[in-house]
Design a protein around this ligand. Structure first.
Ligand code: ZN
Length: 125
């Protein structure tokens, strides 16, 4: 299957449902840095969660540069990666906590990770 940019991937939907069922409330697809948006955002504690697709964000396990037009893809994927780094750094320097979840990550494990961090941040306020 050819990877295309998607919103509301199954991992993200599952993660959101799990967080919601734990009583957590958050914004979805919310602008955090200029026009860049995070997938799940806890605005009050400045926690931004990105669910990164394995293809577009060059997952070390599944991120593979397509053989056809490899150079073009390499450059494109590299720009995506550079933008991720830039976004993360901008948010960190603005006092945000940034979490990145891989599309391939089991949603329950990811939800636990995010819920723990959200609870920790909420408790320090
Ligand atoms: Zn992956």
């Amino acid at each position: 299957m050819k990877a295309t940019p998607r919103r509301d991937t199954s991992t993200e939907l599952r993660l959101r449902a799990l967080l919601h069922s734990r009583g957590l409330r958050y914004r979805v697809d919310y602008p955090v840095f200029g026009r860049r948006r995070a997938d799940i955002v806890f605005t009050r504690v400045k926690l931004a969660v990105f669910v990164d697709g394995c293809f577009w964000h060059c997952c070390p396990d599944h991120g593979e540069v397509p053989a056809h037009n490899a150079e073009w893809w390499r450059a494109k994927l590299e720009r995506t990666r550079a933008r991720d780094v830039e976004t993360t750094e901008a948010l960190l320097s603005d006092g945000w906590t940034v979490m990145r979840v891989w599309e391939h990550e089991p949603p329950v494990a990811a939800a636990t990770r995010v819920a723990i961090e959200a609870a920790r941040l909420l408790s320090t306020r």
